[in-house]
Design a binder for this molecule. Structure first.
Ligand code: MRU
Length: 339
């Protein structure tokens, strides 16, 4: 992708405002941790790895006020979105860096500069990790294939390149012909607005469908694989991802289509045994009751808006990580990956 989703420039964080896509490419300038927190909450920046990276830079911004301010910012940022574990993983790295700085403060380096090195490393490593996920994942796809994906697990959701879309990009780089079916992904339309936008910009053959058309599309387009990203993967392989992922996995199982989850190892949460323990974010009902600022359901009705669901490990054909492809049963194997 030609545009950078997350950029650190002149001591500030610039986020490609994903709320404005695909109509306009505009950047949100953040000079405080609070602005970064608000950007995460309102989905100006979204996707598990991307919110971790943005939050890390948020801590850097706050550190101009000293270590206590940086610690307060880490706490504030940890309250922005509950499901993606990458957010907490990145903030932990920043808190550890803060502790290291306090211990070696005598070297005279400014706190902001010290923390910036850590945030930039998280950002840089994510891009390398995505490319490794792509390399491993593309080997699972046939020479000519149709892949169905949900939400946006692309360059926009990461430090660049993407996880699920990274596999698709890598397949094309390996000379394969890939056609993409993108679920629109109600209610925020990450598939229609973001996945289609970043793939079309690179000349991919991409077809947007309503979420309810997935089964018809699997049959019509002879889908070879479903590939999605993840927000948190429990020790047994149960995976939280954008709401609608679990029904897709059920469909894939029914039609004997492989169902792949592409994610960095920072998405693993081995402290929780199963998906039961994954906190599921519930977002404002206005995301459902209004469409592009216009009410689309009668006044007075309620809406329920869980942002994620949990796909049981039993429905996952393989997990594609930067350290290789893992197949079920996942227990033990995920710990081995981290070791
Ligand atoms: O609510 P979002 O847009 O942040 O949800 C994002 C997803 O569900 C992605 O699939 C997931 O974070 C993986 S991004 C590489």
């Amino acid at each position: 992708m030609n545009v950078q989703p997350i950029e650190w420039r002149q001591g500030k964080l610039f986020l490609l405002d994903q709320r404005a896509l695909p109509e306009s490419v505009r950047y949100l300038e953040c000079s405080t941790a609070e602005e970064v927190a608000f950007a995460i909450e309102t989905l100006a920046v979204r996707g598990a790895p991307a919110i971790g990276i943005a939050a890390a830079y948020g801590v850097v911004l706050a550190s101009a006020g000293g270590p206590d301010e940086a610690a307060r910012a880490a706490f504030r940022l940890s309250g922005t979105r509950p499901t993606a574990v990458n957010l907490f993983w990145a903030l932990n790295r920043m808190k550890n860096a803060l502790a290291r700085f306090t211990a070696v403060n005598s070297d005279g380096r400014a706190l902001k500069e010290f923390l910036l090195e850590e945030a930039a490393a998280i950002h840089r490593e994510d891009l390398e990790i995505n490319r490794a996920i792509g390399r491993h994942g593309q080997s699972l796809l046939p020479q000519s294939c149709t892949v169905l994906t949900h939400c946006n697990a692309g360059a926009l959701a990461t430090g660049g390149y993407g996880t699920a879309l990274g596999v698709i990009r890598a397949a094309r780089e390996a000379g394969k012909a890939v056609r993409v079916i993108a679920d629109e992904t109600r209610p925020v339309l990450q598939g229609a607005r973001l996945t289609a936008w970043e793939l079309a910009a690179e000349g991919f053959d991409v077809t947007v469908i309503c979420d309810s058309m997935a089964e018809a599309a699997i049959k019509k387009f002879e889908v070879n694989a479903v590939i999605v990203g993840a927000d948190r993967i429990a020790a047994n392989g149960d995976t939280a991802n954008k709401i609608g992922t679990r029904p897709l996995a059920l469909l894939a199982a029914f039609h004997r289509v492989p169902f792949y989850v592409a994610a960095p190892t920072s998405t693993l949460d081995l402290a929780i045994p199963s998906g039961e323990e994954i906190p599921i974010e519930e977002r404002p009902s206005s995301e459902i009751l209004f469409f592009q600022g216009k009410r689309c359901a009668p006044e007075g009705v309620k809406a329920w808006n869980p942002a994620f669901d949990v796909t049981p490990a039993s429905l996952i054909t393989a997990l594609i990580t930067e350290r290789g492809v893992v197949t079920p049963p996942f227990e033990g194997k995920l710990q081995d990956l981290l070791d």
